[in-house]
Design a protein around this ligand. Sequence first.
Ligand SMILES: C[C@H](O)CC(=O)SCCNC(=O)CCNC(=O)[C@H](O)C(C)(C)COP(=O)(O)OP(=O)(O)OC[C@H]1O[C@@H](n2cnc3c(N)ncnc32)[C@H](O)[C@@H]1OP(=O)(O)O
Length: 676
Amino acid sequence: MLASRTSSLRRMSTHVVTIGKSVPKNKVNSLGLATRQCLASQLDAAVAANATSIVLHGQNGTFSAGADITEFASGGSAASPSLHELIGKIEALPVPTVAAIEGVALGGGLELALSCKYRVGKATARVGLPEVHLGIVPGAGGTQRLPRLAGVPFALQAITSGRMIKAEEAGEHGVLDGIAGKGEDVVEAAKQLASSKEGSDELPLRNLSLNMLASASNKADDDAAVAKAKSRLPAPNMGGEAVHGAVDAIAASYASDFDAGMETEMNIFMELLANSAQGRARRHAFFAERFSTAPPPGAPPATKPLGNKVGVIGAGTMGSGIATCFLRAGYNVTLVDVTEAGLARGDKILRKNIETDVKKGRSSEEKANSQLSNFSTSLTMDALKDADLVVEAAFESMDIKKKIFKELDGIVSPSCILATNTSTLDIDEIGSVVSNSDRTMGMHFFSPANVMKLVENVKGSATSPQTISDITAHSKKIGKVGVLVGNCDGFVGNRMVAPYTNEAAHCVEDGASVEDVDGAMTELGMAIGPFTMGDIAGNDIGVLIRKEKNLVDPATRPAGLRYTEIADKLVLELERVGQKVGKGWYDYDPAVGKGRIPQPSEAVADFVEKHRASLNIQEQDFSSLELQQRNLFPLVNEGLKILEEYWKPSDLLKECVERDVSLYDYFDKGMGKSKL
Ligand SMILES: C[C@H](O)CC(=O)SCCNC(=O)CCNC(=O)[C@H](O)C(C)(C)COP(=O)(O)OP(=O)(O)OC[C@H]1O[C@@H](n2cnc3c(N)ncnc32)[C@H](O)[C@@H]1OP(=O)(O)O
């Protein structure tokens, strides 16, 4: 690694400046005003003490997670020193400066590190500019310094993906000048580098603009890289506002000098911060995700060490997907099914998932082999007697699930957590057959389980706080967003989506076409519309659920309920189950896009027209806005109903009035958390 060739006298004059010092509760060294002020005064002190080199590092095992996102709600804090001023100050220091990076250096954290003349990282460190995930662009020079350091193509990829980059890769692209090996102290390594550079006159990154502008051949390549990046981005109205802004800012890094590039970056940053609804939504989602995935206040810490032996019951697509998630995170997993054929199928799906990870570069052969060495299958649940957690993913039937839980109760230890992946059934009833049902909980994965990040962790009435904390920790360990929800029909996700898809069918009954409705929702920014979604999930599932609720048969349907039979008849009469059979709300041609591209269906249009005629429905015209509102308002209303079940509306209003906040802010700022 970095050789030290310095005298002890020189090392003495290297000053270490700590990000986050004296700022309590700043777990990730975000760069809020207090942290910036403290950094500035440490730098001033180092200069006053004639430091001959300076090392910048973070506390709590991490460098910095970047700007303090909470400051963005009020348009960002411009109070002095701003991040720009701080970065300018570091860059202008006349002595060698080295960032010692462990944990993460993200966003403004990496921008701070880029203002140092050198960077050293721990092998486990991660760096990145993830601002686009917050609907903004790097706003403290990241779009100008990263391309100067690592080239335009790399900067385009890194900034538009917002991904975390491993130390090794960062080193390959010149973002890190050195990597501290195992057992090596990164601050010590940085000190060595800093003192070895004392007296050298290497230039800061801002001056590299001259080199960039000088090379015509680079410009042609960079123009091509920018054009290619643009062609691959989602449209601005499809969530792409920030990524388009990022590419424009990077393009300015070689089209003009440093100061002009910085000005372009700042203009784009400020415009997005002030006016992008996508950005506001993304920042809301950042905090909402953390709010809803934390155990409720007062819950005990998760068991340490968290058990590592997991059983998954049911080797279907869902069960194998769930088993994959645990295997990837280093758990010991046993997959159980009642038939050899079922197990063989599950085993195949799981191995394919792990193989795909390697093919797509998300994992290595070595890692995949080690994961698979922790995997076993069994035809009996006896194999789970040492399990710390069992996730049941068997057929969606109350009787079957209760039978499994009862049998498990006699096999596993009393401390083993029993989770069910049910999407609709009552957790309390499933848990009622277990001797100590405080260790039962729902763990509702979304399909495909090995891909989707969301898991609803469903709390039953008997579930203990310890079980909640442990399931929360397991969810985090397997990389899921594990949202704690209550036990009700459809939990949160499916419960809110049901009125949305119902209303979509009403719109079609009233005169809109299937494509009109889906088009209105994608125009709004949804990835797909409700009918495409139904075709992917299988329209037969909706029919089964509605049958369970006695809605399909008019004789058992509650009086006064608006109900359209189109969705039921589509399946029961036309057998248009969805993508899996090549026809649903849309037609699917196996020769086009592997049979996954929805194409308008004349058969469905005819059927809908006859349906309307049979009910004497006068077809109406709808604007996109009307369709968007009709579909989304029922979903929003259902969300509010869910909140009402926890918070009495009158109590809520009283609290909001007392605190002088809007209802939105009450939840957005996490004030309702203490009530969970
Ligand atoms: C001008 C600049 O270009 C603009 C910017 O820098 S914008 C900021 C860019 N940085 C980011 O987007 C990084 C955001 N943070 C993360 O990705 C992750 O929090 C992390 C990888 C740093 C840590 O992850 P993890 O260990 O799982 O902890 P996590 O629960 O996410 O965060 C810990 C706490 O820090 C808070 N936090 C994390 N990053 C923060 C930030 N940049 N600002 C304010 N708070 C932050 C979280 O809200 C959480 O608070 P809580 O405990 O009260 O819920």
